[in-house]
Design a protein around this ligand. Structure first.
Ligand code: ATP
Ligand code: MG
Length: 318
């Protein structure tokens, strides 16, 4: 039994060490492996930030029978995530994403899925959801494979059944360049209807709402199911919209030197859920999540080791 559950793809990232170095450049250097996968980054952040409050976290996903899988398990286990529901597929390799940054901020992935999309409804054990307080769904886990999508839908159903008051958070990290809009809307809809906290970027909000303008889109999304919309704005922080505050609560980001933005949104999300489960004020939750996002971008690699104490020091300006 765990408080916070997340599921979906597990990967290692292998990253170009220099910007603007295309994957076709023969002999140029990569660095890694780094444990990754958007849902895994979320749960790692939730576990590290939740541990001072005795919030437990668990993960459902699939790795291959290899050292890349071992390094993911090692990191999640070290951060006190329950890994009992992570399956090792004997006939597969662990998912791998080769990642390259460009100085204009764009990135290019080469993705070898391996076992990353193998999560299936059979991996959802209903006893595991006994006493669950929050379930997080990632758009990437809805889109990586049909079985992973079905696993997410089943997790949603089981979580609601086990605890009608469960907090459902949803990060619609779906990219129109990877999936057509009709499919994005179709696969998101069953989750959106059940969502308590939606965590989109501006582009994702506009896409899901079918409305231009970030604020207009967030207000429209409030009519579509979610009770709280947390708009993530990179170096501009975040804005939180609720029915009782349609103007939005603006929360500034912390000023940091950006080293690697991968996973900022996912780390932010994990922290946000911890604050929400602690019943903090929305402004305080937003500041906390902004601090976790900021510390992530200062760190190279998708899944940092940042502790709650470090986050507290940034917030208190020490
Ligand atoms: P991704 O999906 O790439 O992880 P995202 O669009 O979901 O990104 P961002 O808005 O990029 O999420 O980042 C999440 C949060 O992290 C921001 O709301 C902010 O609090 C923090 N953050 C991100 N980039 C910066 C930055 N350059 N400086 C300070 N804080 C940042
Ligand atoms: Mg995102």
């Amino acid at each position: 039994m765990v408080d916070i559950i997340c599921l979906g793809e597990l990967l290692v990232e292998i990253m170009r060490t220099e910007n603007d170095t295309p994957h076709n450049k023969i002999g140029a250097l990569y660095q890694g492996p780094y444990p990754s996968g958007a849902p895994a980054i979320f749960i790692d952040s939730a576990a590290r930030m939740g541990s001072p409050f005795n919030l437990s976290a668990g993960y459902i996903g699939v790795i291959g029978d290899d050292e890349f899988g071992e390094c993911i398990l090692h990191k999640l286990n070290k951060d006190n995530i329950d890994i009992s529901q992570i399956r090792i597929a004997k006939d597969k390799t662990t998912g791998i994403a080769f990642n390259q940054y460009n100085s204009d901020g764009s990135r290019k992935f080469i993705f070898a899925a391996g076992a990353a999309g193998d999560t299936s409804p059979n991996d959802i054990n209903s006893d595991y959801f006994e006493g669950v307080k929050s379930l997080h769904i990632m758009g990437s886990a809805l889109s990586i494979s049909e079985t992973s999508k079905k696993a997410c839908y089943k997790a949603l159903k089981v979580a609601k059944k086990k605890n009608p008051d469960v907090i459902i958070s949803f990060d619609p990290n779906l990219r129109p360049e990877m999936l057509d809009l009709t499919t994005i809307l179709k696969i998101s809809e069953p989750v959106l209807k059940q969502t308590t906290i939606l965590l989109p970027s501006g582009e994702e909000a506009e896409m899901l709402a079918g409305v231009k303008g970030e604020k207009e889109a967030c207000l429209k999304l409030l009519e579509m199911g979610p009770k709280i919309i947390v708009l993530k704005k990179g170096k501009d922080g975040c804005t939180i919209f609720t029915d009782s505050n349609e103007k939005g609560i603006e929360i500034d980001a912390y000023t940091v030197k950006e080293v690697d933005p991968t996973g900022a949104g996912d780390s932010f999300g994990g922290a946000f859920i911890v604050g929400f489960l602690q019943k903090w004020e929305l402004y305080q939750i937003g500041r906390f999540a902004n601090a976790v996002g900021a510390l992530k971008v200062e760190h190279f690699g998708p899944m940092p080791d940042t502790s709650y104490e470090e986050v507290k020091r940034l917030i208190e300006g020490k």
